[in-house]
Write a protein that binds this ligand. Structure first.
Ligand code: NAD
Length: 521
């Protein structure tokens, strides 16, 4: 079928690059439906904070059921033409998306910093890791190649093709407001689906800026839509009869809820949950390297990463030296507003979250741990922004709240164990299984760890082993509900379904009447 170019998209491209991002200019954050911003009409809304100052920066409208329905209707209407568009034309658009995100990465990073609070270099890293997924998706012509078996039976060929699902939805967390949406929509639209994104209500503006860039790249209206909102929008997505699949990333209780409801409604679902990532340090490890890694992976992004190191497991006699080395580095971490280029760690996302994180310092002390560094002593803790200094808790045991719960803040805990086997048991007994790392110079120990540890992503002397875009991302146990990891090859599988065609063309030499069950000849 010949695809007619969208004249509005061509006109927009001719008009040149976008100027100031709409999202940043508006005090109210809108939806994005059918290629344009749509003001929220439900009358319900929530505050979006500037975490560095603690002030409300803008309001985000929360979608009603009808607003979600409008976005799904736009996606449904756009689907037939989008899925019929040739792979080469889709690839062209993906290349333009890639180039526009790259060209505007600083503006996108600035929006992330403004609402999430993470420092600019970290926000730029987030955009770069998201961009990798768009780059992967530009190879869609190769990724969608099927299989072909010639002469499976005499005169009969069998082949498999993969086709898009239809309208698919993504529900994303606050901690990666640009990267996690890119994990999802890049492959989803490359495969020919249309997409409805429900970003976190805590930092919603990056999603709108991305929508603008996609439109500017020539993506037809309705292929990518954004509905802002809370549980009302999520519940409507989960039950909507026109949505074929749901990708979710967030905390474990909500991931479980989303998975159960989406699958009960007959949808395909991948729901990535929370984490409690352990970093095992063996006695033969390079101690300086391990201490640097613990600081970087424990306090980077103020600990608000699903791949952050939450617990250092010190094996044998390395413990005292390791805790000393980590403690000695704590004063060097520069804490300040994310927009200040000298800051290495910014504030947390909201006051409520900051206070919940800080509460673990009290419960840890009450339960018998040793609080080596209490982030509440940092001068910025008393300011209006949502800051907490770097915190370190030693002599933690598995029964303590600070070990059992996902804290999701700049609080590093240290568990001391006598031997390697105790360390592996700790990781394997933990209900989460997102990432884990081992620090050692012993290749045999590292290989044994890789063999027996129960986690989806493993680092060997690498503390945050987030897979590159041509592998797939996902944890085990309570860190992922569903069969499929996210992005990379498993993302392509998730966003397509297989169709196997058995075909024969008229040939007088092979034609006959046969009432038996078809069999190969
Ligand atoms: P969250 O679970 O609170 O929110 C995630 C999404 O669910 C948001 O869009 C939110 O609006 C929605 N939501 C929240 N409460 C809901 C409810 N009661 N019903 C329906 N929808 C609801 O998570 P968060 O605080 O935004 O993000 C942090 C969490 O995400 C952490 O647990 C972190 O480990 C996890 N995370 C996991 C990964 C991963 O790849 N496994 C990646 C990033 C973050």
């Amino acid at each position: 079928m010949t695809q007619v170019a969208d004249p509005r998209a061509a006109a927009r491209r001719a008009a040149g690059p976008a100027t100031a991002p709409l999202a940043a200019a508006s005090p109210r954050v809108h939806h994005w439906i059918d290629g344009r911003p749509v003001a929220a009409a439900s009358g319900r809304s929530g505050p979006v904070y500037d975490p560095a100052s603690g002030r409300i920066a803008r309001e985000v409208g929360f979608a009603s059921v009808e607003e979600v329905d409008a976005a799904v209707a736009a996606a449904r209407a756009a689907f037939p033409a989008w899925r019929a568009m040739s792979l080469s034309r889709r690839t062209e658009i993906l290349f333009r998306i890639r180039n526009l995100v790259e060209a505007h990465r600083r503006e996108l990073a600035a929006l992330i910093t403004a609402e999430h609070g993470k420092v600019v270099s970290d926000a730029q890293g987030e955009v770069a890791r998201g961009l990798e997924n768009i780059e992967f998706a530009t190879g869609i012509a190769h990724l969608l190649k099927g299989d072909f078996s010639e002469q499976a039976s005499t005169g009969v060929d069998v082949y498999q093709i993969r086709q898009p699902l239809g309208v698919v939805a993504g529900i994303t967390p606050f901690n990666f407001p640009a990267m996690v949406p890119m994990w999802m929509f890049a492959n989803a639209i490359a495969c020919g689906n249309t997409f409805v994104l429900k970003p976190s209500e805590k930092d919603p503006s990056a999603s709108l800026y991305i929508a603008e860039l996609l439109r500017e790249a020539g993506l037809p209206d309705g292929v990518f839509n954004v509905v802002q909102g809370d549980r009302v929008a999520v519940d409507r997505i989960l039950e909507h009869p026109d949505i074929e699949a749901v990708s979710f990333v967030g905390s474990t209780p909500i991931a479980r809820y989303v998975y159960e409801h989406a699958t009960a409604a007959g949808k395909r679902c991948q729901a990535l949950g929370g984490a409690k990532n352990h970093m095992i340090v063996l006695p033969d490890a390079d101690l300086e390297m391990a201490a640097d890694a613990a600081i970087s992976a424990g306090y980077g992004s103020a600990g608000e990463r699903c791949m952050a190191i939450a617990t250092v497991v010190a094996v044998g006699d390395v413990a005292d030296r390791l805790v000393e080395a980590i403690e000695a580095r704590l004063p060097k971490v520069k804490i300040g507003p994310g927009g200040d280029p000298s800051s290495e760690m910014g504030p947390l996302v909201t006051r409520q979250h900051r206070d919940r994180v800080a509460s673990y310092l009290d419960s840890a002390a009450a339960q018998g741990a040793r609080v080596v560094a209490d982030g509440r002593s940092h001068p910025l803790y008393r300011e209006e922004g949502f800051f907490l200094g770097v915190s370190l808790i030693d002599a933690v045991t598995p029964e303590m709240d600070c070990y059992r719960d996902e804290i999701f803040g700049p609080v590093l805990t240290v568990v001391r164990v006598p031997a390697y086997a105790d360390a592996v048991k700790l990781v394997n007994d933990n209900p989460y299984g997102n990432g884990t790392a081992i620090f050692t110079r012993d290749g045999g120990a590292a290989r044994q760890f890789q063999f027996e540890v129960k986690a989806g992503m493993v680092g060997v002397n690498v503390p945050i082993p987030v897979p590159v875009a041509y592998y797939s991302f996902g944890g085990w146990k309570a860190s992922l509900f569903g069969d499929s990891h996210m992005y990379g090859p498993e993302g392509i599988q998730f966003y397509t379904r297989a169709k196997v065609v058995t075909s024969r063309w008229p040939d007088p030499r092979t034609s006959e009447i046969d009432l038996g069950f078809p069999r190969t000849r």
